[in-house]
Write a protein that binds this ligand. Structure first.
Ligand SMILES: C[S@@+](CC[C@H](N)C(=O)[O-])C[C@H]1O[C@@H](n2cnc3c(N)ncnc32)[C@H](O)[C@@H]1O
Length: 181
């Protein structure tokens, strides 16, 4: 029993070190040298603003493309919204699984590339991704999103589409952008 506990502690320490090193990397390395979209979670204080702005009804589906630790989806699920997250990296994926398990949340997490996500069931899609990735996603949204669905992006807008609403999120000028398809 003690051995299992020790293994669990070692595993958690490795996970913590991995997450801290990821965060340190993105704090100190200039943005031009970042990979496509690093694990920098949306601050929890924005969850309510994002979920309120979407005005989803219980049972509707919110997809987070690159869901990180799935904090937004877990918060949305508390309001009856059905959550689905796609995450490519092992660290955030495992954190998401642990988060969902510990909170006994019905949120579903898929380990995979967000460009392979099936958007047919989406009532809303959330993205906190770099502008280059958003540019590639715009085409996927136009082709796959059901009519009437919404997209929310954090910090950076979709490059070509006009938002239906822009919300000031932080004092340093970060914004939440809402789109209707
Ligand atoms: C800025 S974080 C946002 C995390 C979460 N959506 C949030 O707002 O807290 C971006 C996440 O996207 C993931 N990601 C980047 N490229 C991806 C891809 N091609 N497929 C799936 N996930 C990806 C990263 O691993 C990272 O966890």
């Amino acid at each position: 029993m003690e051995f299992v506990f020790l293994l669990l502690v070692i595993f958690c320490l490795i996970l913590l070190l991995w997450v801290l090193s990821e965060m340190a990397f993105h704090l100190f390395v200039p943005i031009e040298r970042w990979p496509a979209a690093p694990f920098v979670p949306t601050a929890g204080r924005h969850y309510k603003t994002i979920i309120d702005a979407l005005e989803l009804s219980p049972g509707q589906t919110l997809i987070d493309l690159g869901c990180g630790h799935a904090g937004l989806l877990v918060a949305a699920a508390k309001r009856g919204i059905s959550g689905l997250g796609y995450e490519r990296s092992w660290g955030p994926f495992l954190l998401a699984k642990i988060n969902v398990f510990v909170r006994r949340s019905p949120v579903k997490i898929i380990k995979g590339d967000l460009f392979a996500a099936d958007l047919a069931s989406a009532d809303a899609v959330f993205c906190y991704l770099l502008p280059s990735v958003l540019a590639d996603l715009e085409q996927k949204f136009s082709q796959e999103l059901p009519s009437g669905s919404q997209v929310v992006t954090f910090a950076w807008p979709l490059p070509s589409r006009e938002p239906t609403q822009v919300i000031e999120a932080t004092r340093i000028g970060e914004k939440i952008y809402l789109y209707r398809y």
